[in-house]
Design a protein around this ligand. Structure first.
Ligand SMILES: [Mg+2]
Length: 459
């Protein structure tokens, strides 16, 4: 550690030399100085002596299927501000070139990328109308106070603060029958205030994009919370059987196992589920070098080890608390439905597991969201994972015993930047084009592969 505070470039490069062999360049949001930061990464680790005492893991795309909803809301934002609502007018986002830039980072960085790339598509009238609509929705129908503050701030700074005192808005705000924001009120306010709008800077466009994105995503989450999940699925993906928030394959068995909730004697009952999850994730059967008996023996061994020393777990997400809370409550419901389907499980154990999965606070020892940090310091910055390690009471000299799971490039970088050397990438369809070389393992078979093939990385 150096005692000096102010140093020159030569001295800085000497200090950097002491920080390790691998570094990552992290671009900051456009409104932050400096443009980028260089962070040291923990040395890669491939296994841990003994059992892993704590796991830290991402939410969207790693624990839940919600990444699809975030992508939908980002694409919707561009459709709204361009007026190109249908697929005939604009084909939509490109999975290969766009997805690596809009998954796993902060919302600001996702929107900055999209506005930068698709800026020429923006139509001024559509931009302003979508801004008015999303602002009214957030202030009148939204439930997240921090979001409301940001929207008020944007309204004032983007030049149309008078709307906040307009009787059309104040009547809507005080109305007891708030259901939706009508097109007519948006058009009326647009006609009254359109002259207040000026040519926006890149930052201004990004702020509007963020508000439009959040409005859409929160509207969907509210409907899911109110039990309209199937209806929304049918509207968005023309498939009402699809649950919009589901556990990624392997989540039930993984969490039950590492929390010590599966006894050695009943571990074999979870073998069909984990093999089925492997098939769901990869599209093919798990073909172990060992036979099925060995798979059962391995699961029994893991159950025995974790029963005696349950692991700590942390959920670490760049989503704000309002979003993560709704998503994880819905996820717990879906996991309880999966528990119902595990055959031959003694009724007492079924009830025990359903109780455990009745509240995500029973499952996670730390629950870290973007609301614990700042939009400026989200993944790939290390902060959310550093907060998780602190809340789990993991001493720094034990960071090399922890495993972190992520589905995206930004997430895997954040894990290594937080000092965790055993970083495991669990990519899925939407992140398969990400550069995941920060990770020690890239497991296309997800959590089932982590359990079946890697046996939770125990040496
Ligand atoms: Mg993710």
């Amino acid at each position: 550690m150096t005692e000096k505070k102010f140093i020159n470039k030569d001295y800085a490069s000497k200090l950097i030399d002491c920080l390790g062999e691998e570094f990552v360049v992290i671009n900051n949001p456009d409104y932050v100085h400096p443009q980028f930061e260089i962070c040291p990464m923990a040395e890669k680790i491939y296994s841990v002596p003994g059992i892993i005492p704590a796991f830290v893991m991402d939410m969207d795309g790693t624990t839940t299927t919600t990444e699809v909803l975030c992508i939908h809301s980002l694409e919707y934002m561009l459709r709204r501000i361009s007026g190109k609502i249908s697929i005939n007018e604009w084909i939509g986002l490109d999975k290969v070139s766009d997805y690596p830039h809009i998954i796993g980072n902060s919302t600001t960085k996702h929107v900055e990328y999209l506005i930068g790339k698709y800026q020429t598509m923006i139509v001024q009238e559509e931009l302003i109308k979508s801004f008015i609509h999303s602002s009214l929705w957030t202030l009148v129908l939204g439930h997240d106070e921090k979001r409301k503050d940001e929207v008020r701030n944007n309204i004032l700074n983007l030049g149309f603060g008078d709307i906040l005192n307009d009787s059309k808005f104040t009547e809507l705000l005080s109305s007891t029958d708030k259901k939706e924001i009508s097109l007519s009120i948006v058009n009326d306010l647009y006609n009254t205030y359109k002259s207040c709008f000026k040519e926006y800077s890149f930052d201004g466009l990004v702020r509007i994009g963020i508000d439009v994105y959040y409005q859409r995503y929160h509207e969907i989450l509210e409907r899911i919370k109110n039990g309209e999940g199937n209806k929304v699925a049918e509207e968005l993906f023309t498939n009402s059987d699809k649950h919009l928030i589901e556990p990624m394959p392997g989540v039930l068995v993984f969490l039950s196992l590492v929390k010590g909730w599966i006894n050695e004697a009943e571990a074999d009952l979870f073998v069909p589920k984990i093999l089925e999850d492997y098939k769901e994730k990869t599209g093919s059967e798990y073909l172990p070098q060992e036979n099925k008996i060995q798979v059962i023996e391995n699961l029994k061994k893991l159950a025995r080890l974790y029963k005696s020393r349950p692991a700590k777990t942390a959920l670490v997400t760049s989503s704000i608390f309002y979003e993560a809370d709704i998503v994880m409550k819905e996820l717990m419901k879906m996991i309880r439905m999966q528990i119902e389907k595990v055959s031959l499980l003694p009724e007492e154990k079924r009830t025990f597991l359903k109780n455990k999965f009745s509240d995500y606070n029973n499952v996670y020892d730390a629950f870290i969201t973007a609301s614990d940090s700042s939009e400026i310091r989200l993944k790939p910055h290390r902060d959310l994972y550093s907060i998780a390690l602190y809340k789990l009471h993991i001493a720094k000299n034990n960071f090399n015993k922890i495993a972190g799971f992520e589905d995206s490039e930004s997430g895997t970088i954040a894990i290594r930047a937080a000092g965790i050397g055993l970083c495991v990438a669990l990519p899925f369809a939407q992140t398969k084009h990400h550069d995941l070389k920060s990770a020690s393992y890239v497991c296309h078979g997800g959590l089932p592969e982590v359990i079946l093939k890697h046996k939770l990385f125990i040496k």
